[in-house]
Design a protein around this ligand. Structure first.
Ligand SMILES: Cc1cc2nc3c(=O)[nH]c(=O)nc-3n(C[C@H](O)[C@H](O)[C@H](O)COP(=O)(O)O)c2cc1C
Length: 363
């Protein structure tokens, strides 16, 4: 399969993307942290999921349009945040925003984006949400929140599951630090990877080198170049957060607030009690620690804990659903409720799905 138009599943798209990327980019993307068991566990969770059909239920055309936070989206899923996305595909943030606008689905712009949040909001005014990582300097966090509010963003996604930088065994062993630190002994390998992945290399050269994190330019200093801005960003993010930070953000941010990266029911309830409008059950794609449970494993517990009070979003490990697909996740909760999860993929084959109780899904 040579082109994305021939892709049947998200996994097909994933394989195409991997062929395009040099190994030093694709390997950590695939394996996340440690040995890579986290992403694999997320995917494996779906292999054991079975669908139990209800027969003879008549003909009906499913209506996938979804009311959410006062808006009507065409699908009950959106595009999950991917930091530094242009590293994988040039102009990824812009293309994802355009795709989200055309499909009328939410696009969560990463707090570690390349494109500026103000520019992305202009491309997709109705669909752009913004994901926030707390910065070590609280003045920067406050300023980013202010900018999001001034730009007209209505939904803020606070990611809480990355208190420290993940470590990937493969990269550590080779001494490579992304995006651009390569020890001398690895130069022949990296050179070979660049030559054997000419499209990625050509895009890198055409754009004048590594992408610039436009949203962070003003904090790193007007004269900082792309690597200096990235280095400054990494000195600020990740930053360990506490519940007090959620509380402060709730007081600061007037729009909708989603807490992303929750795996325990009690944490979801606490976020809700502090004024969050939704939570995302996620283990960051298994990218922080490879010993965490899969997000699918923890989904029923979280839904059970918060009941129907808030939307519960979900991501992690979805690889085989067709673009038009709706996935029903059935679990044995106290109410034996049926959850509806809907999925979408972005340029990297990553997804974020919204999960709602069956009653809401049928409404
Ligand atoms: C390369 C990469 C970059 C990511 N960047 C972010 C980010 O900036 N903010 C965030 O909240 N999550 C980020 N995530 C996590 C995703 O939003 C999502 O939770 C996860 O990838 C879902 O799992 P999946 O990859 O199995 O679909 C990133 C994940 C990957 C693989």
């Amino acid at each position: 399969m040579a082109s994305s138009s021939k892709a049947v599943t998200i996994d097909d798209l994933r394989r195409l993307a991997l062929r395009r990327l040099p190994k030093f980019v694709s390997q950590p993307l695939e394996t996340g942290s440690g040995r890579g068991e986290g992403p694999a566990r997320n995917v494996a969770g779906f292999a054991d999921l079975r669908f139990l059909p209800r027969t003879l239920s008549g003909h009906h055309t499913p209506n996938l349009s979804t009311p959410l936070f006062g808006k009507q989206y065409d699908q009950p899923f959106g595009i999950t945040p991917i930091g530094y996305a242009d590293y994988y595909r040039r102009n990824a943030d812009l293309e994802l925003a355009q795709a989200a606008r055309e499909a009328n689905i939410p696009f969560v712009l990463s707090g570690g984006s390349i494109a500026c949040l103000e520019a992305i909001r202009k491309i997709a005014p109705q669909q752009t949400w913004f994901q926030l990582y707390g910065a070590r300097d609280p003045a920067i966090t406050r300023d980013i929140v202010r900018r999001a509010q001034n730009a007209g963003i209505e939904v803020l996604v606070l990611t809480v599951d990355i208190p420290v930088s993940p470590k990937n065994d493969w990269l550590t062993r080779r001494g490579i630090k992304l995006p651009a630190h390569v020890p001398a002994r690895q130069l022949p390998f990296v050179a070979w990877q660049l030559l054997s992945h000419p499209r990625w290399t050509r895009d890198l050269i055409a754009a004048g080198g590594f992408p610039t994190m436009e949203s962070w330019r003003q904090y790193a200093g007007a004269r900082a170049n792309a690597p200096q801005i990235y280095t400054y960003y990494r000195s600020q993010v990740p930053c360990p957060l506490s519940w007090r930070d959620v509380e402060s953000l709730r007081n600061l941010w007037g729009g909708k607030l989603i807490v992303k990266g929750v795996l325990r029911g009690e944490d979801a309830v606490r976020a809700l009690d502090l004024g969050a409008d939704a939570v995302t059950v996620s283990n960051h794609g298994g990218n922080l620690l490879d010993c965490l449970p899969s997000s699918l494993e923890m989904l029923p517990t979280v839904r059970e804990a918060v009941g129907d009070r808030i939307p519960v979003f979900f991501d992690g490990g979805i690889r085989r659903v067709k673009p038009q697909g709706i996935l029903r996740l059935t679990h044995e909760s106290a109410q034996e409720s049926v959850e509806k999860a809907c999925v979408q993929f972005d340029a990297l084959g990553r997804h974020q799905a919204e999960v709602r109780p069956a009653e809401a899904a049928r409404a």
